[in-house]
Design a protein around this ligand. Structure first.
Ligand SMILES: Cc1cc2nc3c(=O)[nH]c(=O)nc-3n(C[C@H](O)[C@H](O)[C@H](O)COP(=O)(O)OP(=O)(O)OC[C@H]3O[C@@H](n4cnc5c(N)ncnc54)[C@H](O)[C@@H]3O)c2cc1C
Length: 309
């Protein structure tokens, strides 16, 4: 079994920053990633609010620089899905479908996944007009009409981005005011290609081979109407990707991992960082900061407990 001082689950901004700090602390460090290194930021066209990256700020390039920096610092990056973590007398055993690994400390940085609409047609038309990633799929909707479900920062930012491709973007928001604030909000309010439909929820997605329309409910009158369109992008918030950890560490009732300000969970030796935490702000800058704190604290824990492998 391969042995590491610190094992990090997830290579998003939190995990990659934790990896950078842990490797620079001369900890033998591994980061596991089940999908693409970079996490959620690779799904967005532009990150305009990460300090120091205002120019070449595509999510993909920022993610790639973070990955390279962590690897250059000495981290091992393994593309494996961790399916269980068990505490043993020697440390923590992390298992993937391929292998088992032993680590003295674990940092959970698994982030979150998009909350589904959970309406008829959503699963059936995913990849055929239903999307959760504008950067990945916007180009398929050049000159077409699309809808965006949501009203927070991600939804509004991505709706703005989609207007570069689509001829028209409808933004469906269940309340009478957007949750997005500031500059992002101003931009959509002044975007002539976007029509905001307040007090609307998507109830059903219709189609044949591809999406052809959505059925919308007016949350004030209860009235249902059908709107023809070619695609629907869902940005209805996120749910934590913590299924495998729920019996291991303490979470809140929604599944977000509870930590103290040093990123310690209730289990000594297990830390959590980034969006996966019960936290007040889920952004790149907070995920990176959490990762740095988690790694330094995990390093101290390894030293203090004589766990260096
Ligand atoms: C469309 C969109 C636009 C956004 N725009 C901005 C923006 O402009 N500015 C900003 O600051 N933030 C933005 N965000 C938010 C930002 O992307 C997140 O806050 C940030 O990525 C969180 O980082 P993280 O490392 O905590 O989690 P994630 O980025 O979610 O990374 C977690 C990683 O862990 C991996 N993982 C999970 N479980 C396992 C497992 N069991 N084994 C192995 N790997 C696992 C996942 O595959 C994932 O790669 C945006 C998000 C979205 C979706």
């Amino acid at each position: 079994m391969q042995r590491y001082d610190i094992a990090i689950i997830g290579a998003g901004p939190a995990g990659l920053t934790a990896g950078l700090y842990a490797a620079r602390d001369l900890m033998k460090t591994v980061i596991f990633e089940k999908d693409t290194a970079g996490g959620l930021i690779i799904q967005t066209d532009v990150i305009e609010n990460y300090p120091g990256a205002p120019e070449d700020s595509s999510g993909f390039s920022l993610a790639d620089r973070m990955r390279q920096q962590a690897v250059d610092a000495g981290c091992t990056l393994l593309y494996e899905n961790i399916t269980s973590v068990e505490k043993t007398g020697e440390g923590f055993v992390l298992s993937s479908a391929k292998e088992q690994y032993l680590a003295s400390a674990v940092i959970i940085a698994g982030g979150s996944v998009p909350r589904k609409l959970d309406v008829p047609g959503e699963a059936e038309f995913t990849g055929r007009g239903v999307s959760y990633c504008a950067t990945c799929d916007a180009m398929f909707f050049r000159g077409k009409v699309v809808g965006v479900s949501g009203g927070g920062d991600s939804a509004v930012k991505e709706a703005n981005f989609l207007t570069r491709f689509a001829s028209k973007v409808y933004l469906f928001h269940r309340r009478d005011e957007l949750r997005a604030r500031g500059e992002v909000r101003e931009r959509i309010l002044n975007n002539p290609k976007c029509e905001i439909m307040y007090n609307r929820t998507v109830e059903k997605i219709n189609g044949d081979m591809k999406v052809t329309s959505v059925e919308l409910k007016d949350t004030v009158t209860g009235e249902i109407s059908e709107l023809p369109l070619d695609g629907i992008f869902v940005f209805n918030g996120f749910v934590p990707d913590t299924g495998i950890f729920r019996d291991l560490v303490e979470t809140d009732s929604d599944g977000w991992i509870i930590t103290d300000e040093r990123m310690r969970t209730n289990v000594p030796g297990i830390f959590a960082a980034g969006d996966v935490r019960n936290t007040v702000l889920r952004q790149v800058v907070t995920a990176a900061a959490d990762g740095a704190v988690a790694a330094t604290q995990a390093g101290l824990w390894v030293d203090e407990n004589g766990g260096k492998m």
